[in-house]
Design a protein around this ligand. Structure first.
Ligand SMILES: C[S@@+](CC[C@H](N)C(=O)[O-])C[C@H]1O[C@@H](n2cnc3c(N)ncnc32)[C@H](O)[C@@H]1O
Length: 222
């Protein structure tokens, strides 16, 4: 299998945030493309590909078996980090921010480096990280077909910190390398809110949700 053809811009963004390490654990691996790419590229010496469901895990096993790095990737059926004892970097991609936060609750003492890519509830995840002492050191954004995604690299320090609403929603621009793509991402998120507001206007909807969206639009325009 040529793994380079399987790595989409979203997964490439995640892989690019992973520091060189000995053992990476990819939680919710599904197809297993991320750990295959990381080991194949020499970014990580070995990997654990973990998933809570048998179906995705067997698809990962099948894909891993077709690679030259198959002996360096172990597959584990695990709910989040529960069965993972050791990893010097953990990746969790393609899930909601709340689910990612609940997985982080089972972090072991030796796990301090995390690459996280929430599909939604980015603000909830950034707030969880701030309240629970995970420092976000790097952020990235990616564009894939007509969608845009964000991801971040965080280190556990144990020191909680304050985070503003804007930072929770959009991250810190100074932590993103590609400023032009980040500006595009902010506009993309703003358009999402404008679209939802337009739909509410058409339906003549009022109430809390509309107020919430109007506040969001204000924050995105700052
Ligand atoms: C949408 S896929 C994302 C796959 C891959 N990480 C990616 O970003 O392309 C989500 C995967 O997470 C798995 N998953 C969901 N909850 C999980 C949990 N608590 N622990 C481990 N895996 C989980 C699902 O079975 C599914 O394979």
């Amino acid at each position: 299998m040529n793994i380079d053809t399987k790595i989409t811009p979203r997964l490439k963004m995640v892989a690019d945030l992973v520091p060189c390490c000995t053992l990476v654990a990819d939680i919710g691996t599904d197809h297993g493309y991320l750990p295959i790419y990381l080991v194949n590229r020499g970014i990580c010496e070995r990997a654990i590909a973990a998933d809570v469901n048998e179906g995705p895990l067997s698809s990962a096993k099948k894909n891993i078996a077709e690679t030259r790095v198959k002996d360096r990737i172990e597959t584990i059926l695990s709910d989040g980090l529960k069965k993972i004892e050791n990893a010097d970097c953990v990746t969790i991609a393609g899930m909601g921010g709340e689910l990612i936060a609940s997985i982080l609750e089972h972090r072991k003492e030796n796990m301090t480096r995390f690459v996280l890519q929430p599909q939604r509830s980015y603000d909830d995840l950034r707030r969880y990280l701030a309240q629970n002492g995970f420092e976000i050191k790097k952020e990235a954004v990616a564009k894939e077909t007509d969608k845009m995604y964000c991801a971040f690299y965080a280190e556990y320090t144990g020191n909680a910190y304050e985070i503003s609403t804007k930072e929770a929603l959009l991250g810190k621009s100074e932590l993103v390398e590609d400023k032009a793509l980040y500006n595009e991402y902010v506009q993309y998120r703003k358009k999402e809110v404008e679209k939802a507001l337009n739909q509410m206007e058409k339906a003549k909807a009022t109430g809390e949700r509309r107020e919430e969206l109007e506040k969001l639009l204000e924050i995105f325009s700052l």
